[in-house]
Design a protein around this ligand. Structure first.
Ligand code: AHR
Length: 514
């Protein structure tokens, strides 16, 4: 058995978690919208066509914010196609996913769905095939009360009150050659700056996120942020970053270590943003919008494969089936986000339903939770509050992580990976939450946590997620194979907590304060 110790002090905080840290993502992609959140005619559909079984699972998952409508899709999207009487909406080819887009679901339906799910909308504008003009018109359509052509059009469409969308992405992954009208950093920076100015002139209360790099493995990472922020620094609130973890090499130890590269990525983007601030002698601190993150590798597809399949409507693509080990890597990512609560103020699990998602559905049938559902639900439920610094003593291992991008094979050394990865949150309602990942595949960890300055704690909920078979999954026929169980060995003595963590396990301990 390995041993680890952790020291926490109630007064030593990293930062407070922003409610927007617990976001997710709905893109017009595969069966995320059609057959996912929206399926008129489904036995559980309400009068608007929203699946109530999916809504119930979304509420249990606990996202606070949903990014929409893409993703790659947004870079070719005419938002006007998705509003107005559904029978008059045009059917279009979607060049992002080689699908046919019926446009029966659009901005107004999304706003209604957000209300039903009790989440905040985060809208992305098209800075690929469109630009600042379409973007400012969309802000006017959504947020202006009335008396102008665009706002009156919304009212004529049946939405009298403004949607009041506060958070906007200035395009999506514009650094990627796969993007429609991909741009150089200078070209994107200029378009994003002008769009931002006009969008904010329409509604000065909105917050804006500029596109950073679509991955730490992008050849332009660093230079991209620097150039984009030279153009946009004064006009935006956030810079975005995206990460998808993988286990292509079937090297589980390295896969579980890979979430630590998210920590490095965040630190590096903070440094890049602050360097731009320094050059301007500016006290402004940009925050980070980690608006796509997840595990994704099995269902990545190249354009040639997609073209062969024709132009289907809502095809079952990117339907990654998540294993137990995916949930562990994913849990590591949750811990990375929590531990950067001072600068990562927005984060979106990509995505929500069917497409690389925690929730799966059968068209016309049921819905169930994938393995990654649980760490996210735990983070959202127990992670609201002040994230505390953790001083961790844990044995470590060295790993190397394969992270290809396009035709380039890249291997990143990750030395000194602590077997124990942990985040601690002093919850808003009182009490202390501990998120603990044991990355040792063979050995238990006996962990001792000293929580200084917390009076009268007692053990509340304690949960463990593990399975003897790291490749085990939840499926339609076996939806409950992987689910949290009570963590058995937890003992509290004053400010000292002792727990034994099973090999390859995700654990949450909530200590209540009386
Ligand atoms: O989430 C799937 C895709 O991944 C998104 O459309 C894109 O932004 C990213 O490359």
């Amino acid at each position: 058995m390995r041993k680890a110790s952790v020291l926490i002090d109630c007064d030593f905080a990293i930062g407070h978690t922003d409610p927007r840290l617990f976001g997710a993502f709905v893109e017009h992609l595969g069966r995320c919208v059609y057959g996912g959140i929206y399926e008129p005619g489904h036995p559980t559909a309400d009068e608007k066509g929203f699946r109530k079984d999916v809504l119930a699972l979304v509420k249990e998952l606990g996202p606070t914010l949903i990014r929409y409508p893409g993703g790659n899709f947004v870079s070719g999207y005419n938002w006007e196609d998705g509003v107005g009487p559904p029978t008059t909406r045009p059917v279009r080819l979607d060049l992002a996913w080689f699908s046919t887009e019926p446009n029966s679901f659009g901005t107004n339906e999304f706003m209604d769905w957000c209300r039903a799910a009790a989440v905040e909308p985060m809208m992305a504008v098209n800075l690929g095939t469109r630009g600042g003009d379409a973007a400012r018109n969309l802000v006017e359509y959504c947020n202006h009360p009335g008396g102008t052509a665009w706002s009156d059009l919304r009212r004529a469409h049946g939405w009298d009150k403004p949607h009041d969308v506060k958070l906007w992405c200035l395009g999506n992954e514009m650094d990627g050659p796969w993007q429609m009208e991909h741009k150089s950093a200078a070209a994107y920076g200029a378009v994003a700056r002008e769009a931002a100015k006009m969008m904010r002139w329409v509604d000065p209360t909105i917050a804006l996120a500029a596109c950073g790099s679509s991955g730490r493995n992008m050849p332009t990472f660093g230079q991209w942020e620097d150039t984009v922020l030279e153009h946009t620094f004064d006009h935006v609130d956030y810079i975005s970053l995206h990460t998808y973890l993988n286990n292509y090499k079937q090297d589980t130890a390295s896969f579980l270590a890979s979430a630590d590269l998210m920590d490095s990525f965040i630190d590096e983007v903070v440094a890049l943003a602050d360097a731009v601030a320094a050059k301007r002698r500016s006290g402004k601190r940009l925050m980070l919008s980690f608006d796509e993150w997840n595990v994704w590798y099995r269902t990545r597809r190249n354009r040639a494969d997609r073209v062969k399949e024709g132009w289907p409507v809502a095809p079952p693509i990117l339907e990654e089936i998540y294993t137990m080990e995916d949930a562990l890597a994913f849990g590591g990512a949750c811990i990375s986000l929590l531990n950067h609560a001072d600068r990562v103020k927005v984060a979106c699990l990509a995505q929500l339903v069917n497409v690389i998602a925690p929730i799966m559905t059968e068209t016309g049938g049921g819905a169930w939770r994938q393995t990654i559902f649980f760490p996210f639900a735990h983070m959202s439920r127990f992670g609201r509050g002040r994230v505390l610094r953790t001083q961790v003593e844990s044995e470590t291992y060295d790993s190397s992580y394969y992270d290809p991008r396009g035709t380039q094979d890249q291997v990143f050394a990750i030395p000194n990976v602590p077997y124990l990865k942990i985040a601690a949150v002093a919850q808003d309602g009182g009490g202390l939450s501990l998120f603990l990942l044991n990355r040792d595949l063979k050995q238990e960890i006996e962990v001792s946590v000293t929580a200084r300055g917390f009076a009268l704690l007692s053990v509340g909920e304690r949960l463990e997620l593990r399975h003897d078979d790291l490749k085990a999954t939840n499926t339609r026929n076996a939806p409950g194979r992987i689910k949290p169980a009570p963590l058995q060995s937890v003992a509290l003595d004053g400010e000292r907590l002792q727990a034994t963590l099973k090999p390859a396990s995700w654990n949450v301990i909530h200590l209540t304060a009386s």
